[in-house]
Design a protein around this ligand. Sequence first.
Ligand code: HEM
Length: 399
Amino acid sequence: MGQARPDHVPADLVRDFDHVFGEEFARDPFAAFEDVRRDRVFWSPHHGGYWVLTTMADIREALQRPGDFSNWPTGIPAHVSRRERMLPLELDPPDHTAYRRVLAPMFAPKAVAARTAAIGATCAQLIDSLLPKGRCDFIAEFAQPFPTTIFTNMLGLPSQESDRFVGWNNVLLHSHADPDARRDAGNEINNYLRELIAQRRAEPREDVVSALLESQVDGRAIEPDEVQNLTFMLFVAGLDTVTAALSFCFRYLAEHPGHRARLVADPDLVPSAVEELLRVHAFINPARTVTADLEFAGVRMRAGDRVLASTALASNDPDEFADPLEVRLDRTGNRHLAFGAGPHRCAGSHLARDELVTAMREWHRRIPEYAVAPGQAITVHAGGAMGIDRLELVWAVPG
Ligand code: HEM
């Protein structure tokens, strides 16, 4: 199992835990995380070895202390094969702050509110096209195209371009067995973005790329390469995440008709239901690297140690949430960590929430009753960003 235990790791804290390839994670990652909650912290020998924090207090604190827990390298296994760091995710403060400031106005509540009507129209159109079919491949036909169309609109591209981005996204983020295909997809996206950025430099418009090109970083004009890097990051961070959130939420509601009926009867409950479903299905597992020897969570960590700060473990912590595994659509004081914490806390959380609330409202207004297609075995992918691979839903077509 994995590699030898480093000297500073006590033997009794080693667990055979692999949140990337462990079979129990492919079956039900949230249950697999619950199984390891008995220790405050433990060591996994997989992927070169890493600490796993299990309490919300420790996870939040690690995410809030970038000086001790760096974002370079991030990822388990570590993303060190790329030459360039992804902006702003793979920088630590103070370098990180300048780029975060560039993104902030584009994803602020006011900027998102200005897009709400367009988000609603895209969503309604998509659901209307599915309704008469009585069934759909929820991920391929809704959970991917919906956020991707919003993204292409934000880039000022026609909605039809969305299909291309969905295709790239699938190869880039989901074909782990084929590194050449992933590299090619990454190159294609970057070539496309490079051309788009050149066009917007020559002829600015009212869109995200044009706004990024006008930004300042530390008192100087931003470089086109930096705009490309930031746009690529938005692509990686903003599409698959919303797809995963929609898939977990709708799977849950398809399998729990009582909760679904409550939402249909009371659409005002949707915003708090979204928070609760995000809490129980917090699917991002950030990783950090210890910068200097320190004591944390009751153990000695060494510079260079990798640390998993799972938002799933944090958001289902029984010391923070009453009956954490129970879904309460009207839960109050729901301070989950699904969007992370500290300087890297999700830059797109307002947009994500708007998309999720819109999807829940528009879907249930049109398709109040639905179920997982009979006989379907649902599989899940775990790792840094967890999600459902395939989800077929069925419903009765209105007379
Ligand atoms: C439900 C959907 C989403 C979830 C659960 C989510 C969650 C997260 C989490 C946990 C982080 C922190 C990662 C870390 O600390 O290592 C993060 C970062 C980030 N997210 Fe999201 N995200 C979502 C949607 C979005 C969307 C729609 C966008 C934008 C279009 C976005 C843009 C970003 C960016 C740019 C970062 C990096 C921030 C930084 O490093 O300062 N996310 N997200």
